[in-house]
Design a protein around this ligand. Structure first.
Ligand code: G3D
Length: 203
């Protein structure tokens, strides 16, 4: 009896709600750079990996961040077309999507939007909050959020009742990274009756 009480209290202290966030976007959009920036900004005592080691995503990068008492597991899935067919397998398990757009690449903005449409049309992502990041805002001639927003907000029927936000960011400088994640955390918490967290003990 005493043991189970203590154990229950111990569990209450150490367990954290755990959520899974997918980072999606075309190749070269900045997913890997963004994940590094997020870890750097939101992890205490985080020492950056050697920037030379950052290479374009092939396969899967994973990051873990703790914000406001919850734990976010980021899954950065490779953007290459051949790998996009794998994304659907992760959808059912995810609590939010961060979709990264290269705002400096006008040639591929339509391709990026089409891919986004395919992603959010998936039944497995129904009700999941969407954060669209207009990345590379540090590049002077890039499309601003005013230009990117209407493109990605065009499909209200696909977005439906989900939370969806387009925000400016520079993964390279870290500008805007915090704001986006804090917005997402609020949405994830609000949405947790639909997509409950996994509870995991401190490892
Ligand atoms: P990916 O993981 O989506 O494939 P990466 O993309 O994170 O590998 O980034 C692709 C390239 O874009 C990298 O440049 C990276 O430095 C650059 N990049 C990412 N985010 C930003 C940003 O906010 N601003 C600028 N100016 N560049 C960014 P290289 O030259 O290594 O290919």
């Amino acid at each position: 009896m005493m043991y189970s009480l203590l154990y229950g209290f111990y569990k209450y202290l150490v367990q954290k709600d755990e959520y899974c966030v997918l980072i999606l976007g075309l190749d070269d959009a900045g997913k890997t750079t963004y994940l590094e920036a997020a870890k750097m900004k939101l992890t205490k005592n985080y020492s950056a990996i050697n920037p030379l080691k950052i290479t374009t995503t092939v396969g899967l990068n994973i990051g873990r961040i703790e914000v406001n008492g919850i734990r976010l597991n980021f899954w950065d899935l490779g953007g290459q077309t051949e790998l996009q067919s794998l994304w659907d397998k992760y959808y059912a398990e995810s609590h939010a999507v961060i979709y990264i757009v290269d705002s400096s690449d006008r040639d591929r903005i339509d391709e990026s939007k089409e891919t986004f449409d395919k992603v959010i049309a998936s039944e497995n992502l129904k009700g999941v909050p969407l954060l669209v990041l207009a990345n590379k805002q540090d590049i002077p001639e890039c499309m601003g959020v005013r230009e990117v927003k209407p493109i990605f907000n065009k499909n209200a029927h696909l977005i439906g009742k989900r939370d969806c936000m387009v925000m400016p960011v520079s993964a390279l400088t870290g500008e805007g990274v915090d704001e986006g994640i804090r917005w997402l955390v609020d949405c994830i918490k609000r949405n947790s009756f639909l997509r409950p967290p996994r509870n995991q003990e401190e490892s």
